[in-house]
Design a binder for this molecule. Structure first.
Ligand SMILES: Nc1nc2c(ncn2[C@@H]2O[C@H](COP(=O)(O)OP(=O)(O)OP(=O)(O)O)[C@@H](O)[C@H]2O)c(=O)[nH]1
Ligand SMILES: [Mg+2]
Length: 365
C-alpha cells in the first residue's frame, strides 16, 4: 500500500515524510524542482501487536506497513508541471495532502501568504484540472478511433464513465465525491486519476499554535465540511514531529510529556490513513513470529491465507480463529487456555476475516 504526499512547495511535505519514516531527507526553503520520488516504509502502530509480542516473546515482531512517497510540490496554474508530478505518484493508493498553516517570513510561500483553506481549495482544484485534462484527452482519442472506423478500440462502458467524470470535474468536484460501481472503476482505472484517491489532509501548524485547540478545531471543521467522499483532516506540527522521530524512544517520552502531549500526532496520522484505505489486519502469532497481515475489508479466509503463501490458499482446509479481544479477555492471553475453553472457531474458506482475528490456517500441501 502506497500513500503519496502532495501539496504546494514549502508546505512541509519532506518534513512530515521525515517524521513518518525516520529518514533525514534535506528540507529547505528553496522549492524542490525535480529528482526522484523518495519512498519510505512505515510501521503501522498497533497496541495489539505490542501486547501479542509481549505474550509470545517471539524471535520476530512484524507490524503492518505502508509506503509513503515524497516528491516535489504542485504549482498553482502550471498544468504541465503538475502533469509531471502526476506521473510520479499516480500509482499511489491514497494521498496525504500537506497544507501549510505555519507562518514564517524566512520560508517563502508560493501563493504569497499563509491561508490554509485557500491552499486546500487551490490544490484540490489542481487535482480536478489534471484529471479533467486526462478525461478530455482520452475522450478525444476515442472519438478519433470512431471516426477512423476502428470500433474495436472503443469501449462504450469506458466512454460512458468518462462522460460522467467530465460532468463532475467540470463542476469542480473531485472524483472521490462520485459513486462509481466496481465495473465503472475498472473501466477507467488505467487513467490513474488523482482526485479519485482517498485523501488525508494534514494542516502543518506552527508549534505555538498547538495549544490553541479551539482555532485548530475550527480549521479542521471547515476543511471537513469542504471535503466530501473518502477523506479525513487533522493537524500537527511537522517540525516537532520530525524532531521527535529523531529521538530515542525514552527521550521521545520525556519530550512529549514536556509538551503535554500524550500520543505523537504522527501515530494518529498513520492509523487514520490505514483506515482510509479500508484496510484491516489479521494476526498470526507464535514463538517464531507475531505478525500483522494487511488485507482489504471483506477478504475471505482462503484469500487471506494466500497473503501468507499461495500453497496455504491452494491447500486450504479451514481456519482456526480467535478474536484478539477474546484471546486477551477470556483466555488471559494463553493459547493452551484458548484451546481448553474452545474459543477457537473453525471457519471455512468463504468466511470474511475480521479486523483483529488471530488465525491459524490448516492446509494440505
Ligand atoms: N517555521 C516553520 N518552518 C517549517 C515548519 N515545517 C516546515 N518548515 C520549514 O519549511 C521549509 C520547507 O519545508 P519542507 O519540508 O522542505 O517543505 P516541502 O513541502 O517538502 O517543500 P518542497 O519539497 O520544496 O515542495 C523548511 O525550511 C522547513 O524547515 C513549521 O512548522 N514551522
Ligand atoms: Mg520536499
Amino acid at each position: 500500500m502506497k500513500i503519496a504526499i502532495i501539496g504546494f512547495s514549502n508546505s512541509g511535505k519532506t518534513t512530515i515524510f521525515n517524521a513518518l519514516t525516520g529518514l533525514g531527507l534535506p528540507t529547505s526553503s528553496y522549492p524542490s524542482t525535480g529528482g526522484e520520488a523518495r519512498v519510505g516504509v512505515v510501521n503501522v502502530p498497533d497496541e495489539r501487536i505490542d501486547n501479542l509480542s509481549g505474550i509470545f516473546k517471539p524471535a520476530k515482531t512484524t507490524y503492518a506497513t505502508v509506503d509513503y512517497v515524497d516528491y516535489i510540490g504542485f504549482t498553482r496554474g502550471d498544468t504541465k508541471q503538475n502533469a509531471k508530478v502526476h506521473a510520479h505518484i499516480k500509482d499511489a493508493d491514497a494521498l496525504l495532502q500537506v497544507v501549510r498553516a505555519f507562518e514564517d517570513p524566512s520560508v517563502p510561500h508560493p501563493l504569497g501568504d499563509t491561508d490554509p483553506m485557500r491552499d486546500l481549495r487551490s490544490l484540490e482544484a489542481e487535482l480536478v484540472l489534471g484529471d479533467l485534462m486526462l478525461v478530455e484527452k482520452r475522450l478525444e482519442s476515442i472519438e478519433e478511433s470512431i471516426k477512423k472506423g476502428r470500433k474495436e478500440k472503443v469501449s462504450d462502458a469506458e466512454r460512458a464513465v468518462l462522460v460522467r467524470c467530465r460532468e463532475a470535474l467540470d463542476a469542480e468536484k473531485p472524483l472521490r465525491e462520485i459513486e462509481f460501481s466496481q465495473e465503472e472503476l475498472k473501466a477507467v482505472r488505467h487513467l490513474e486519476f488523482l482526485s479519485i484517491k482517498p485523501e488525508v489532509v494534514v494542516f502543518n501548524v506552527a508549534e505555538e499554535m498547538l495549544p490553541d485547540e479551539k482555532a485548530l478545531e475550527a480549521l479542521l471543521q471547515e476543511a471537513r465540511e469542504m471535503l466530501k467522499g473518502n477523506s479525513a483532516a487533522l493537524s500537527m506540527s511537522g517540525k516537532i514531529e520530525m524532531e521527535l522521530a529523531q529521538l530515542a524512544p525514552e527521550e521521545q517520552k520525556a519530550f512529549l510529556s514536556d509538551l503535554g502531549i500524550e500520543e505523537p500526532a504522527l501515530r494518529r496520522l498513520i492509523k487514520v490513513s490505514y483506515g482510509l484505505l479500508r484496510l484491516i489486519s489479521f494476526f498470526t502469532a507464535g514463538e517464531d513470529e507475531v505478525k500483522a497481515w494487511t488485507i482489504k475489508e471483506g477478504t475471505t479466509a482462503s484469500k487471506a491465507a494466500g497473503k501468507i503463501h499461495s500453497d496455504i490458499e491452494k491447500g486450504f482446509i479451514r481456519a482456526e480463529i480467535v478474536s484478539y479481544e477474546d484471546f486477551l479477555m477470556k483466555c488471559g492471553g494463553s493459547m493452551a487456555e484458548a484451546r481448553k475453553l474452545g474459543v477457537f472457531r473453525l471457519e471455512g474458506r468463504d468466511y470474511p476475516v475480521k479486523d483483529g482475528d488471530i488465525i491459524n490456517f490448516r492446509f494440505n500441501v
